[in-house]
Design a protein around this ligand. Structure first.
Ligand code: MRU
Length: 365
């Protein structure tokens, strides 16, 4: 996608062909800065501290992290060490484990002399696959938006509510939920996005608003608690969000607060879609509430908030009393029964084991 006319991806290789370059998402929306990753440890820090975030992008960064590790020491011991260091950064999104396992499987049987090149090749393929997958999700998701728009008699504006950031910044390009919006916008459907601010890290207010703005998609930021009210007043035509882990039974784990949106959507008969690539499906888990590991992050993400001061400086301030404790649970699980449909690169299906198996018959067993 473009930033001020220049096409960008969220991760790429620098001119030397091996340094990994990312956009530092902790600096957005006020500053656009790139950061170079030279080692697996750099990649792990970038994931843990959320310079990169979003399920598919942390998978891609993990894959390149293994490639960086193979550059300095292609031994099996170092492969295992880098795998563990990267794996331990963030527990909830399946894409990280998926990408790390994928690259490790490619490297393990190879002689050490071939591992660096093979790791870069595979990481590059994972990124290309992500771009094609996300574009396909966008096509299918845009059909959902178009159909609803047609059903409603082609109104001047179709309002889509989204939570967190499931845009190109969360993937390598295009995004998942936002890909549907970009393709619909590209196809002339008058989409307007309600972007939940998404406390505590404000991925909606800072990242979704930024990338939609850069692409010229009409949008309005709302506080996380406004969605229910807007739905009651007919101001939301559909919700579409991403997911960090989808169970084999169709439960979806996504940024904290997603579940409450799904409940409000259910109560107001607003369709609630979830967009995801194949790499987000955890075929080994059926009960999302019981089995998805939920990340807990630092309390300071709640007690403090950053923003641009009047003098243009980006500052961090404390919003809670000095001694107040905060619990920062980063994700929640929306049971499949509240999900109208899963939008994947292979099409749209019911949020159920049967639905997923109809699109991925090779996993049916
Ligand atoms: O904590 P984050 O910012 O990595 O969480 C990201 C999300 O929850 C996204 O909605 C998600 O990864 C889904 S789609 C790309």
């Amino acid at each position: 996608m473009k930033v001020d006319g220049t096409p960008y991806r969220s991760i790429w290789l620098a001119e030397d062909g091996h340094t990994v370059r990312i956009i530092d998402q902790t600096k957005l929306p006020h500053n656009f800065e790139t950061v170079d990753l030279f080692t697996a440890k750099d990649a792990a820090v970038a994931i843990r501290d959320m310079l990169v975030r979003g399920a598919p992008l942390i998978g891609a960064t993990g894959a390149y992290g293994l490639a960086l590790a193979m550059r300095t020491d292609p031994s099996t011991d170092n492969l295992e060490l880098a795998f563990k260091t990267l794996f331990d950064t963030r527990p909830t999104a399946s894409n990280l484990a998926w990408a790390l396992n994928d690259v490790r499987q490619v490297l393990e049987p190879l002689p050490e002399s071939e591992r660096e090149a093979a790791a870069y090749k595979r990481a590059g393929e994972i990124c290309e696959d992500d771009v094609a997958t996300c574009r396909a999700i966008g096509e299918h998701g845009a059909d959902v938006i178009r159909n609803l728009w047609e059903e409603k008699g082609r109104p001047d504006r179709i309002n889509v509510l989204t939570h967190c950031n499931a845009g190109w910044l969360a993937t390598v390009d295009w995004g998942t939920a936002l890909s549907a919006i970009y393709v619909a916008h590209e196809n002339g459907i008058p989409v307007h996005v309600w972007a939940d601010e998404t406390r505590p890290r404000n991925q909606g207010a800072s990242l979704t608003a930024w990338e939609l703005g850069k692409h010229g998609v009409p949008h309005t930021v709302i506080v996380d608690n406004a969605g229910g009210h807007l739905m009651q007043h007919g101001e939301v035509d559909l919700c579409i969000v991403g997911t960090d882990r989808t169970t084999a039974a169709g439960d979806v784990c996504n940024k904290i607060g997603t579940y409450l949106k799904a409940l409000a959507a259910h109560d107001n008969s607003v369709p609630f879609y979830v967009a995801l690539p194949h790499s987000t499906i955890d075929w080994d888990i059926h009960d999302g509430i019981r089995d998805v590991p939920i990340e807990t992050r630092a309390a300071t993400e709640i007690t403090h908030i950053s923003g641009k001061a009047e003098n243009g400086e980006v500052v961090t301030v404390q919003v809670t009393p000095d001694e107040t404790e905060a619990l920062n649970v980063a994700f929640d699980v929306t049971p499949a029964r509240y999900v109208t449909g899963l939008v994947t690169e292979r099409g749209v299906c019911d949020a159920s084991a049967e639905g997923l198996c109809s699109l991925y018959p090779e996993r049916a067993a």
